[in-house]
Ligand binder design. Structure first.
Ligand SMILES: Cc1ncc(COP(=O)(O)O)c(C=O)c1O
Length: 302
């Protein structure tokens, strides 16, 4: 069986950044969920698998997709290994060196997943072919949407809101497929809180990101509450510059909180800009959701 994530994840105040930025800043540390190296994908994939098993047996084969250094792929591979499933990962982007000992790729390879590196336009057909082949062999298959982008992934983050013991003015986090953000929005709405949820895009344009999040929410969910910012992408997914590196190093030195350059560094940078521009008011109570991603940092340049 898979290990149940140890929850709630820790939350602690960031005293020095709070003082420097004149806000009341708390870090919700989903990166410190102990199982499967933590991060938001642990909550999402666990929720998806638990819901799948509730309506049937553990499948023989798990298939999913993601980037070559996908956190989601690492979690699916590790959980799949524990379940004795055959795991197929359909990955796009630069294939990591065969003997690389860093990043998510080290973990999904160690877990025994079979990898298929393809161009992004071939992801769908590759998944279909793998599924067909498995079914021809009379194997049961579960295809997990890339990034855990599904209703069960959303529910996992809706529940995460229950772990907060206060109503923050604002939650800020890195947003990719948008399932984490959709879940947080649903959780906040369920509590009748006035909390703003600000997702900082790590890849998508605001238009696409908002559309995808809206699809995961109830049809009558007010679109204007979907705050998905695309101005802190630093050129796109996995891109960064010296400004971001300097900022991340400053935060690490100041507060000792680890940030990466693909996800959480961009989200924290955006938070500071929103505070400095006055869009987030002084003395606001802010939760920074740390979604993990440190392995992406170790994969850079390797
Ligand atoms: C570390 C990390 N943070 C944030 C995200 C974004 O999560 P979501 O896809 O639910 O928007 C991801 C997704 O890849 C991630 O790996």
């Amino acid at each position: 069986m898979i290990s149940t994530p140890t929850l709630p994840s820790p939350i602690h105040r960031l005293d020095r950044l709070s003082n420097a930025w004149c806000i009341d800043l708390w870090a919700k540390r989903d990166d410190l969920i102990p199982q499967y190296l933590g991060g938001n994908k642990v909550r999402k994939v666990f929720g998806i698998l638990r819901s799948a098993f509730a309506s049937g047996d553990v499948p023989d084969v798990l298939i999913t997709n993601g980037g070559a250094e996908s956190n989601h792929a690492r979690v699916v591979a590790l959980m799949g290994a524990q379940l004795d499933c055959k795991v197929h990962l359909v990955l796009h982007g630069q294939e990591p060196f065969r003997n690389s000992t860093s990043g998510n790729s080290f973990f999904y390879r160690s877990a025994g997943a079979t990898t298929h590196y393809v161009d992004s336009q071939n992801i769908g057909t590759t998944i279909q072919a793998l599924e067909r082949r498995a079914r021809e062999q009379n194997l049961s298959v579960l295809v997990i949407p890339g990034g855990g982008h599904s209703v069960d992934g959303v529910k996992a983050y809706e529940k995460a809101i229950d772990e907060l013991t206060f109503e923050p003015d604002c939650i800020v986090h890195a947003s990719g497929t948008g399932a984490t953000q959709a879940g947080l929005l649903q959780g906040v709405a369920g509590k009748n809180w006035r909390t703003r949820v600000i997702g900082i895009s790590v890849a998508r344009t605001a238009e696409r990101g908002i559309d995808e999040i809206a699809k995961l929410l109830a049809a009558d969910f007010p679109r204007k509450l979907i705050d998905f910012r695309d101005d802190y992408r630093f050129g796109g997914y996995e891109k960064f510059d010296d400004v971001l590196i300097r900022f991340v190093k400053d935060v690490i030195r100041e507060e000792g909180i680890p940030l990466d350059l693909t996800y959480t560094g961009k989200a924290m940078y955006a938070l500071r800009q929103l505070v400095f521009s006055g869009e987030i008011e002084s003395d606001s109570k802010i939760v920074f959701l740390h979604t993990g991603g440190l392995l992406n940092l170790t994969a850079i340049n390797s």
